[in-house]
Design a protein around this ligand. Structure first.
Ligand code: AMP
Length: 225
């Protein structure tokens, strides 16, 4: 595949909360001209809008627990069925359970389009906790920052859209522990599934975002600049 722009590729970014999936998914999606699909961001947008979906999931998301598979299944099927995802996509935060991975396999098998790669981003837990606790996000456009590693140009204000930055309710310290537990119990089993399927690409997620992207690009055909 030469000149990544225009190339179709179906990628999943897997890893605990705070490893940098959203940041990497954004950069990869921009490089490939494909949509970055984050189920967490879809749910936060629904919560912001106060839609029926948002009202159903708000308390669960704020406790750091996973929303039910059937519900997230509807959300993702609707999103993947849109025209912009026909050529490919970068999934971030989905699948998160074995049932969700089954759903994704069925959906893609129905289209004759298997997953290309599952990128597992790995970061030691103490680093994750420090990253999440310092994370700030834009309440309007969803852009993310870190108080010391990636501060906005003006404190508390989004560089991209000028709105106020906030701490996600689920980045509060007590909730971080619950999210890490949900990852260990419900999502980590997917690692061996995708490894056995020959799809897994483990990546060291420490360092600057550009360094991590360089490692991913070196390991995933179709992503080299
Ligand atoms: P994230 O932005 O990926 O960390 O997701 C934030 C929160 O949204 C999670 O802690 C869950 O409450 C919910 N969520 C996001 N994606 C999923 C998913 N695939 N399955 C269940 N819950 C999800």
């Amino acid at each position: 595949m030469s000149g990544a722009a225009g190339a179709g590729i179906r990628l999943v970014l897997l890893g605990a909360p705070g490893v940098g999936k959203g940041t990497q998914a954004d950069m990869i999606a921009a490089r490939l001209g494909l949509p970055h699909i984050s189920t967490g961001e879809l749910l936060r947008a629904a919560i912001r809008e106060g839609s029926a979906l948002g009202r159903r999931v708000k308390a669960t998301v704020e406790r750091g627990e996973l929303v039910p598979d059937a519900l997230i299944g509807e959300v993702i099927e609707e999103r993947l069925s849109r025209k912009d995802a026909e050529r490919g996509f970068v999934l971030d935060g989905f699948p998160r359970t074995v049932a969700q991975a089954d759903l994704l396999d069925r959906f893609l098998a129905g289209r004759g389009q298997p997953l290309d790669r599952v990128i597992l981003i790995e970061v030691p837990e103490p680093v994750i906790i420090e990253r999440l606790a310092g994370r700030r996000s834009c309440g309007r456009c969803g852009a993310t920052y870190h108080v010391s590693h990636n501060p906005p140009k003006v404190e508390g204000i989004c560089d991209r859209c000028g709105a106020a930055l906030q701490q996600r309710p689920d980045d509060a310290e007590a909730v971080i522990a619950e999210r890490l537990r949900a990852y260990r119990d419900q999502t980590a089993p997917l690692v061996s599934r995708y490894r056995s399927a020959g799809r897994l690409v483990p990546i060291d997620g420490q360092g600057r975002p550009e360094e991590v992207l360089g490692r991913i690009a070196a390991a995933v055909p179709g992503l080299r600049a």
